[in-house]
Ligand binder design. Structure first.
Ligand SMILES: [Zn+2]
Length: 270
């Protein structure tokens, strides 16, 4: 009963399969290889994941640092000079950066203070970093799970903010680039986020040329339609799939489940 119900959230119905759970990760993984999504859903032990790229490490370190600032009590806004160091090489929570990525990471963390949701009315702000949102779609017989970057309330207004670090931001439609935003739009419309059906959604991009925060109009019918069409290829093939065939080949290269998969292209060298 604690899980709210949102009929039609995913826009699919009647697979005849047992109840399952779906997240953006499930959708992404299923597109790359249905077998991998299935093995992941069984919580099988993973082999050591492939090494992250420098940019991914920088993104994780920046996220972790900002999250730690938002979790302080009493809560207070992020400050431009409250950054890790030294600038040529630093580490945070196991992520080690050096050179360009170290300097870029510090710049991004400093830039965030310019757009920090706590910066204006810290006494009347509530923040919930990394909150997991779960909602049940009875039409799809699926529990939808979303790990949000930050939910916050200023005065009476709730907002979901996703944050991405990218040296050079892409042009083009944000929902296309970040399908989790499309899911956020549908969750907001379905009343599955705090704020009684009126939760705003925004994207914070930390780039080499500064911070950009973009609001998404979740009440606009064309935005909602766009969100549905962005999510469709992540939802519909997964929802209809009862067999989870392997897409052996490239998808095996960084798969942590190849030892469990009879169809894996080749056992990854670890
Ligand atoms: Zn902040």
């Amino acid at each position: 009963p604690a899980i709210p119900s949102a009929p039609g959230l995913l826009g699919v119905s009647g697979s005849g399969l047992p109840r399952r759970s779906w997240s953006m990760t499930t959708g992404r993984t299923h597109r790359r290889c249905p077998a991998r999504a299935h093995l992941e859903s069984l919580f099988l032990p993973r082999d050591e994941p492939a090494e992250d790229t420098d940019a991914i490490v920088r993104g994780k370190a920046v996220h972790a640092w900002i999250e730690s600032r938002h979790r302080r009590t009493p809560q207070r806004p992020c400050e431009p000079d409250d950054v890790p160091g030294p600038p040529e090489a630093w580490q945070y929570e196991g992520w080690s950066l050096s050179g360009l990525q170290a300097r870029l990471g510090i710049q991004m963390i400093g830039d965030h203070s310019l757009v920090c949701p706590l910066r204006e009315r810290p006494e009347d702000v509530e923040v919930q970093p990394e909150r997991t949102v779960a909602v049940y779609d009875p039409d799809a017989d699926t529990v939808v799970v979303a790990k949000t970057d930050l939910l916050y309330r200023v005065g009476g207004r709730w907002t979901l903010r996703e944050t991405k670090t990218k040296r050079v931001p892409d042009e083009g439609d944000l929902l296309d680039q970040f399908p989790q935003l499309a899911l956020a739009v549908l969750l907001a419309r379905a009343g599955a986020l705090p704020g009684n059906g009126d939760c705003a959604v925004e994207m914070e991009r930390l780039t080499a040329s500064g911070p950009v925060v973009t609001g998404i109009d979740t009440a606009a019918p064309d935005v909602v339609a766009r969100a549905r069409s962005v999510l469709e290829p992540y939802v519909t093939p997964w929802h209809a799939d009862a067999r989870y065939p392997a897409k052996a080949g490239k998808a095996c290269e960084d798969c942590p489940f190849t030892r469990w998969c009879p169809d894996a292209a080749e056992r990854r060298v670890t």
